[in-house]
Design a protein around this ligand. Structure first.
Ligand SMILES: *[C@@H]1O[C@H](CO)[C@@H](O)[C@H](O)[C@H]1NC(C)=O
Ligand SMILES: *[C@@H]1O[C@H](CO)[C@@H](O)[C@H](O)[C@H]1NC(C)=O
Ligand SMILES: *[C@@H]1O[C@H](CO)[C@@H](O)[C@H](O)[C@H]1NC(C)=O
Ligand SMILES: *[C@@H]1O[C@H](CO)[C@@H](O)[C@H](O)[C@H]1NC(C)=O
Length: 291
């Protein structure tokens, strides 16, 4: 009778061989020879299994690619987490960024990211999931922009658009480029927020003054430390102006990226293919086009 897939059947206590032996009137205990045979098979299977795991680990290590869900970043070794209770940004709990538009406020924002385009050496550029261009006049180095700095830039653009009297260039009503830029930024941040999907929990507590429970935002967040990433950005900033119109062909080849995947489960039928093809799936590398 066919059983439902993935349902496990309880194995009988005795192997069929033993049952046969018992019915033939022999000793019900398995003979040492068959015991030895069974242990030998178990041992061989274990060896094959361990070797298989080792091989997979070795191939994964050699291709030095991070799994698809964790794409390589030149700052990944700097990522560190900390618990932060940040300002609720209401009334008496304002952050230093909640001051009126002014040169002082502009400086605060600029200090967060205005070193945002970085130079990385070729061996790091080669590990990116996408091709990036060499820097004209800076042999061996490539252009890289960390997303966190782009996000901060976007939020700053939106902030300026909210105060068009102070920032007339950012007026969405009068400037078509600004309208397009803000639309891009709002959508970029929407995607970013969903991408990070931060799951720290805002709580509700009883408020005796209001006679109702109200949300309390002063909660700990598990955050990536920004400072080491900011320091990296400052240290690796592209300092010299380079000519964006120069097309250098020697972009690093990143087309042989392999990511570990369970595709071998589906490609067992492809037994003739080289072993690696059973364990690794190639990710096609498309040409960089910037954003
Ligand atoms: C919140 O976001 C940061 C940065 O993406 C992440 O490192 C952290 O794990 C997140 N915390 C929670 C609780 O999701
Ligand atoms: C709070 O609400 C309860 C029930 O509606 C009422 O009996 C009580 O007087 C209220 N207290 C204040 C301080 O408003
Ligand atoms: C990448 O660029 C090269 C030359 O610039 C071109 O020949 C090739 O078709 C491009 N590949 C893709 C996938 O766009
Ligand atoms: C970067 O790589 C991803 C994943 O392979 C691909 O979907 C995307 O189109 C590529 N983008 C560029 C600009 O090369």
């Amino acid at each position: 009778m066919p059983t439902t897939r993935f349902e496990y059947a309880i194995l009988p206590n005795k192997a069929p061989d033993d049952q046969k032996e018992a019915s033939l009137g022999r000793a019900s205990e398995p003979r040492p020879q068959s015991l030895f045979r069974r242990y030998l098979i178990s041992i061989l299977l274990s060896i094959i299994c361990v070797q298989g795991i080792g091989l997979v680990a070795m191939l994964a290590g050699r291709s030095c690619r991070t799994p698809q869900s964790r794409l390589y970043s030149p700052v990944q070794h700097l990522v560190d987490e900390e618990l932060v209770v940040y300002d609720t940004s209401f009334e008496k709990d304002l952050s230093p960024f909640q001051i009126p538009s002014s040169p002082e406020l502009d400086k605060k924002w600029d200090d967060l990211y205005n070193f945002g385009i970085s130079r990385i050496p070729k061996h790091e550029a080669e590990r990116l999931p996408n091709k990036t261009s060499p820097i004209p006049g800076d042999p061996g180095f490539y252009i890289a922009g960390l997303n966190v700095f782009h996000e901060l830039h976007c939020l700053n653009m939106i902030r300026k658009a909210l105060d068009p009297d102070y920032y007339p260039d950012s007026n969405m009503k009068t400037s078509e480029p600004s309208r397009k830029h803000i639309s891009h930024c709002v959508d970029w941040l929407r995607n970013s927020i969903m991408c990070h999907s931060n799951t720290s929990v805002i709580v509700w507590q009883w408020n005796v003054h209001l006679n109702q429970s109200t949300s309390k935002a002063r909660i700990p967040h598990s955050c990536k430390k920004f400072k080491p990433i900011q320091d990296w950005g400052k240290k690796n900033e592209i300092l010299a102006d380079y000519d964006h119109t120069i097309h250098l062909e020697d972009a690093p080849i990143c087309c042989v990226r392999r990511a570990f995947s369970f595709s071998f489960l589906y490609s067992i039928h492809d037994a003739g293919a080289p072993l690696q093809r059973l364990f690794f799936r190639r990710i096609k590398c498309l040409n960089a086009s910037g954003f």
